[in-house]
Design a protein around this ligand. Structure first.
Ligand SMILES: Cc1cc2nc3c(=O)[nH]c(=O)nc-3n(C[C@H](O)[C@H](O)[C@H](O)COP(=O)(O)OP(=O)(O)OC[C@H]3O[C@@H](n4cnc5c(N)ncnc54)[C@H](O)[C@@H]3O)c2cc1C
Length: 279
């Protein structure tokens, strides 16, 4: 609670503290832990901003290119990319940072680095527009159920501030099993679990349809952020939020600035700062 500036709310206060739309006969939980540090941002806008900052500082963004190979020659990296007109471009550089998400392992292996990371497919849904369901007409904050239930270890979602749509997700408990299936197919289990849990929380949602469902990857089982090896990988379900701050620390360390001690635990040789350290 102290780590996330949280407080405990009893079921009788759920309607006052979480949402007036909450199921008044919800008996699943003894209590809810509410954190005051809850915020949301729009990834597209954040990425646009980061790109703009890079360009303003003299950087160049190569649009729609694909990295096809990387190897080392002495201390130099040689990276081969292909652009959208199918031209090959060879980059010779002192620094190569692998921040390739679910493809990270393919390229770290080419450099002789074994990270042990693997992608786990995560599915998400978005509803149609809804009235604001949070306290005082605000968007519904992120609500998370952390039971291990019907093959999932978490069901969670929040309401988007701009449109009122609920965007939600469920984490499979058996990690690697689903990871190699076609990402376009959303499993029935996922739709069932999110429907069940969200309708249990907010019975009024039972008549609200999904606008879309899709899938992407969480990279498990740990973060590997290593400035010496050029790795920025293993970002999991909180990777959008954490990634921005970790990238700043990454740049700080490259520039020889002071970084917090825990940052070095994220190196490949470190313990990866296991989640249980916070529990
Ligand atoms: C369904 C879902 C919901 C999520 N919800 C949240 C959330 O609410 N909050 C949160 O903080 N995080 C969330 N995440 C996690 C977050 O999206 C990831 O942790 C984060 O995006 C990881 O960042 P990354 O830069 O490591 O990888 P990515 O965002 O995957 O970026 C890697 C990039 O590398 C590019 N790439 C890969 N291979 C190549 C190649 N060969 N050539 C060129 N480019 C290449 C990819 O196209 C991609 O753009 C969610 C993830 C999923 C799947």
């Amino acid at each position: 609670m102290s780590w996330s500036d949280a407080y405990i709310v009893e079921p009788k206060d759920f309607a006052k503290e979480i949402s007036s739309f909450i199921n008044p006969s919800l008996t699943l939980y003894k209590a809810a832990q509410v954190t005051r540090d809850c915020w949301q941002a729009t990834p597209g806008r954040v990425i646009d901003l980061i790109r703009r900052m890079g360009i303003e500082h003299g950087g160049k963004v190569w649009e729609d290119c694909q990295l096809v190979d990387v190897h080392k020659n002495g201390k130099k990296y040689i990276a081969l990319a292909i652009d959208h007109e199918k031209n090959y471009i060879e980059f010779h550089c002192d620094l190569f940072i692998n921040a390739l998400g679910s493809e990270c392992e393919i390229f770290s292996k080419k450099l002789g680095i074994e990270t042990g990371l693997y992608p786990v497919r995560h599915q998400a849904f978005i509803t149609r527009r809804l009235p604001m369901m949070g306290i005082n007409g605000e968007p519904l904050s992120m609500v998370i159920d952390r039971r291990r239930y019907k093959g999932f270890s978490a069901v969670y979602g929040q309401q988007l501030g701009e449109t009122g749509q609920i965007i939600g997700c469920a984490s499979p408990a058996i990690d690697a099993m689903e990871s190699d299936k076609n990402v376009k197919i959303n499993s029935k289990d996922f739709l069932e679990i999110v429907s069940e849990v969200f309708v249990e929380w907010f019975p009024g949602l039972s008549s609200v349809g999904f606008q879309a469902v899709w899938a992407g990857y969480y990279i498990e089982p740990r973060m590997v952020i290593d400035t010496e090896l050029g790795l920025f990988n293993g970002l999991r379900g909180q990777g959008f939020m954490l990634g921005q701050y970790l990238a700043r620390l990454y740049a700080d360390q490259l520039l020889g600035r002071q970084v917090p001690g825990y940052f070095n635990r994220l190196r490949l040789s470190g313990d990866g700062l296991p989640e249980k350290a916070f529990k």
